[in-house]
Design a protein around this ligand. Sequence first.
Ligand code: TMP
Length: 206
Amino acid sequence: MQRGLFVTLEGVEGAGKSTLMAYIAEIFTDADNKVIQTREPGGTQTGEQIRAILLDKNNVGVIDDTELMLMFAARAQHINEIIKPALASSKVVICDRFTDASYAYQGGGRGIDPARIEILEDWVQQGLKPDLTILFDLDVETGLRRAGNRSEVDRFEQEEISFFERIRSCYLERAKNEPERFRIIDSSQSFDNVKQQIQDILKDYL
Ligand code: TMP
């Protein structure tokens, strides 16, 4: 049974979710919660190896179904090894990306039928869903510029701009369809403003 709190962070590249993860964790820790910070794809030894395959831009021939199933293979490992045990011991799990990213990137971006993604979601998650999903929303060009300044581009970041536009639209659509789970952050604002937006959201969960 799920007893902790499962928080996921989503958004296009460069929208700030990874940078703000530590801040979110600090807010929960200050309110006397035990917090785990993790990420997808990754979060386990096996998952991090799968991540390396997925992000390696030398893997030019990866077909869309392979990409999708590797995401869910890493997720299966992550859920069973890390997420479920942490939730069972009442921890707050903060995860940098989760299944909404599969709908946005492999569904919206690559064009895989969401009905297929749903099959994997049901299989792998068996009802597990985030309690709260914070969507960091930012126009795609600004996001990619920020991400590009940070490090060398990975296999996803080298895609064309329309790929990321479809991803952003898919995220926003999902947020519209599940308003009770999603909260949207306007990442175009200043760093301090974004922190304030986060505080406003989290006060309902402390
Ligand atoms: P990151 O850059 O946020 O760490 O995520 C790695 C990349 O993996 C990012 O470009 C988004 C992508 N991704 C998917 O395509 N599908 C997924 O299900 C997940 C979790 C990530």
